[in-house]
Design a protein around this ligand. Structure first.
Ligand code: LLP
Length: 430
């Protein structure tokens, strides 16, 4: 079994057909059609428990909070499961805050990240009473202070500092270097905190950073954490108390058989960073994980429309496309693709797996060896994070359904869009 299939032990193959928990994926396709994102409740819970247990062990009785990065997969069913497990949430828009509330998340466990918060978003978050804002610039800090003053609220803030650490990941998902649009430059951090301490209705809560995503080596994350700890020390010795410290998200997952970060070792190393120099630091540890909690807990189920041999290549044309899962086209990301239908006596051939969208970039996987026939089902693995959330209606394609498997139960987490919905808000001129 390839790594992504194996990870949370929720997939199995019976007679060559792929199951998730106690449900054959052919049953999902039969009931809900394709393409469909399929998530496993057991895998989501296992991913959360793995991190939660690692932090519990590392932190002993000291406080920590897992703020799930909603952007990775914002379906209400997913948010609801994490909320029930006690998670907090990291949001980047008023829309995500509304989702968290609709899913039963606790507002006092929400941190608001992102570099373009509008006045309305800030006001809404203050009224709801979130845990705090991760502030990315001086003008934002001033705006938050002004809105909080108007509303008679106190805004708790952390600065998202840019530690200038190379995350060594894809340039599109690397965010911690100087020339990125994100965060406050490290050498401006102290003066920005000093400014914050003079602004009305602002309470300084913590220090924060996020250096990038899909990191498979922990050292840049730990280097960034080290910088945050020294910044917190400097602030505290200058009379600014720091209540929490957050090295962001970014822990990568195995999309194939590549090595990944050991979660226990990561939690232990974060804890060690907090006691560097033999100093006792009692602040709360926050994390903002997205992908590691959802990536390998879901797949995209699709049907083969055509088997198309050509002189130079064989193509499998499936009914999922770059509008459903854009990661391969946008980041040249690799997703394993396996057969989900029962085994046939078809011979295995090398195929490019492509969608029907009119773009040469609409390739879900190149050079895959599959024993495939027209009408068979394929599963594109590791599609639980940055899958549905990044999907679009390009080519007037309705967005896929999302279902959640829970043991032998199949829960429709989001209905497939209907074509008429796609243009029902459009108007022809009179
Ligand atoms: N915190 C902040 C402030 C973030 O910007 C992000 C992700 C996270 C946490 C969660 O990072 P994670 O633990 O998931 O790595 N669409 C890309 C990934 C973009 C990540 C954006 N920020 C992809 O499909 O690979």
């Amino acid at each position: 079994m390839s790594a992504p299939l194996d990870i949370f032990g929720v997939h199995r193959v019976a007679n060559g057909a792929l199951w998730m928990e106690d449900v054959a994926l052919s049953e999902v396709a039969h009931t809900f059609g394709t393409p469909t994102f399929v998530y496993s409740r057991a895998a989501l819970s296992a991913a959360y428990a793995r991190l939660d247990n690692a932090l519990k062990r590392a932190r002993k009785s000291k406080p920590y909070l897992i703020c799930y990065a909603v952007k990775a997969n914002s379906n209400l069913a997913v948010l609801n499961i994490f909320a029930k497990l006690g998670a907090g949430f990291d949001i980047v828009s008023g829309g995500e805050l509304r989702r968290v509330l609709a899913a039963g998340g606790a507002p006092e466990k929400v941190v608001f990240s992102g570099l373009g918060k509008t006045r309305d978003e800030i006001a809404f978050a203050l009224q709801i009473g979130i845990k705090g804002f991760n502030v990315e610039s001086e003008p934002e800090l001033k705006r938050i202070s002004a809105v909080a003053t108007e509303l008679g609220k106190i805004a708790r803030v952390s600065l998202r500092v840019n530690p200038d650490v190379d995350a060594k990941t894809h340039p599109y998902i690397s965010t911690g270097l100087k020339n990125n649009k994100f965060g406050v430059a490290f050498d401006r951090a102290i003066s920005t905190y000093q400014l914050a301490s003079t602004l009305p209705n602002i309470e300084i809560a913590g220090v924060d950073c996020h250096i990038g995503s899909q990191l498979t080596d922990a050292s840049p994350l730990l280097e960034a954490m080290g910088r945050l700890v020294s910044l917190a020390d400097e602030l505290e010795s200058g009379g600014i108390p720091i209540h929490h410290i957050c090295p962001g998200g970014g822990v990568g997952i195995a999309y194939a058989d590549e090595p990944t970060i050991d979660i226990d070792a990561y939690a232990t190393a974060l804890e060690q960073a907090l006691s560097i120099g033999g100093k006792k630091r009692e602040m709360e540890l926050l994390l903002e994980p997205g992908r590691m909690l959802t990536g390998n807990t879901g797949l995209l189920l699709a049907k083969i429309e055509y088997v198309k041999p050509t002189e130079s290549k064989n193509f499998l044309v499936i009914d999922a496309a770059m509008n459903d899962l854009i990661r391969p086209s946008l980041y040249q990301a690799h997703h394993e693709i396996v057969m989900a239908s029962a085994a046939s006596d078809e011979v295995a051939r090398v195929y490019d797996v492509v969608g029907p969208v009119c773009e040469s970039a609409d390739v879900l996987g190149r050079d895959r060896v599959l024993a495939a026939r027209e009408g068979d089902l394929v599963a594109i693995l590791s599609a639980g994070a940055y899958g549905f959330v990044m999907s679009s209606n390009y080519n007037t394609r309705p967005r896929a359904a999302e279902v959640m498997i829970d043991g032998a139960n199949v829960h429709l987490a989001r209905e497939r869009e209907r074509v008429d919905e796609l243009f029902s808000a459009e108007h022809v001129p009179v």
